[in-house]
Design a protein around this ligand. Structure first.
Ligand code: NAD
Ligand code: TYD
Length: 361
């Protein structure tokens, strides 16, 4: 099996590459532009493996995509490359429009060019998995779950750009017959997560005795999935999923943000005792503009049709994650020097009067 993974130097992409190379023994080509979020160190476990190759390239570069795909001759393309952080998309959306929409279009066209030249058997076996987010569905109230049929209603520039890319992927299947499958997953957490997102930021700030910024009242709900469970799901979806279909991915682990932050503090307090409980570092800060209240995934289709199950609960996964950050400073220290955790994603009206966060308590 020959698989191209775009965005393979990112958080989820690197977990997927490790799974495909080390657990499945597939031949894998990682394509990644190594933006601020891309990190070759995340691929250290596979860098010397004969069944892994890396190409630094931008998915918006059609010529580079044509060459990489033709040279590698994949059976599958798993497309994860994206700008992924909501707060950054609020500060500036241009890179999100470029990579998530124009880049996905460019990759779909390159894949279509390659696929249309394949022999009949290879052509019918070929698959393109477009990896997306549950944020395309917008925000839930207190009740209900996102299903595959939930109408799209994105709130942030990030989720709007992902929604656009999902529609492109579906259109390339309906119009050109490209064998596309789409997956929409809930919030991931785990090792190698860039320390701008809630969970890694909270772990590192709490380890360093810095303030822990919680947006608004901390009552927004996210449905957390351990990243290795997502990686396995993606492999199962591209292997067994039906062409043209969407599969939602989630582990039934809804938590309010404040409870996530408190849990991380409790785990750290258990592992390294301090003078005072780390939850004293929590600081409620100005809310995110357009902040979605609640996400929750119904993964029944993936579970019943394709036989996937999450292995980790939130409590087992978060303990593994905290331990990993404690033991792997070599990975996060250079990133922390590049991005110090300062607040992103406030509009001008909200910046005035907003406390500076991430500073020493
Ligand atoms: P990430 O930001 O950690 O990694 C993105 C990777 O894409 C980086 O390695 C970056 O260098 C690369 N990249 C960015 N622009 C590129 C370009 N123009 N060309 C080539 N490479 C480029 O993101 P992630 O959290 O690993 O997310 C991966 C995918 O999964 C994204 O498509 C995201 O929308 C989706 N997703 C993420 C989550 C989550 O909780 N993180 C949940 C559901 C879906
Ligand atoms: P994040 O990790 O940015 O993921 P997403 O916006 O894609 O869900 O944020 C998760 C939740 O945590 C979201 O409700 C915003 C909130 N949040 C904070 O309260 N404080 C923070 O410092 C960050 C980064 C996020």
């Amino acid at each position: 099996m020959r698989v191209i993974v775009t965005g393979g130097a990112g958080f989820i992409g690197s977990a997927l590459v490790r799974h495909l190379v080390l657990d499945k023994g597939y031949d894998v080509l990682t394509i990644d532009a190594l933006t601020y979020a891309g990190c070759e160190a995340s691929l250290r476990a596979v860098q010397d493996k004969a069944n892994h190759r890396f190409v630094k390239a931008d998915i918006c570069d059609r010529a580079a995509m044509d060459v990489a795909i033709a040279d590698f001759a994949p059976d599958r393309i798993m497309h994860l490359a994206a700008e992924s952080h909501v707060d950054r998309s609020i500060t500036g959306a241009a890179d999100f429009i470029q990579t998530n929409i124009v880049g996905t279009f460019t990759l779909l066209e390159a894949a279509r060019g390659y696929w249309s030249g394949l022999e009949a058997d290879a052509k019918s076996a070929f698959r393109f998995l477009h990896v997306s987010t549950d944020e395309v569905y917008g925000s839930l109230g207190d009740e209900g779950l996102f299903e595959e049929t939930t109408p799209y209603d994105p709130s942030s520039p990030y989720s709007a750009s992902k929604a656009a890319s999902d529609h492109l992927a579906k259109a390339w299947e309906r119009t050109y017959g490209l064998p596309v499958v789409v997956s929409n997953c809930s919030n991931n957490y785990g090792p190698y997560h860039f320390p701008e997102k809630l969970i890694p930021l909270t772990i590192l700030n709490a380890m360093e005795g810095r303030r822990l910024p919680v947006y608004g009242k901390g009552d927004n709900v996210r449905d957390w999935l351990f990243v290795d469970d997502h990686a396995r799901a993606l492999d199962i979806i591209i292997e067994k999923g039906r062409v043209g279909e969407t599969y939602n991915v989630g582990g039934r682990n809804e938590r309010q943000n404040i409870d996530v932050v408190r849990r991380i503090c409790a785990v750290l307090d258990q592992l390294i005792s301090g003078d005072t409980p780390r939850e004293n570092l929590i600081e409620f800060v100005t809310d995110r503009p357009g902040h979605d209240a609640r996400y929750a995934i119904d993964a029944t289709k993936l579970e019943t049709e394709l036989g996937w199950r999450a292995h980790e609960t939130f409590d087992t996964g978060i303990e593994k994650t905290v331990r990993w950050y404690l033991e792997n400073q070599w990975w996060w220290q250079p990133l922390r020097e590049k991005y110090d955790g300062r607040r992103l994603g406030l509009t001008a009206a909200k910046i005035s009067g907003a406390p500076i966060t991430g500073t020493p308590a």
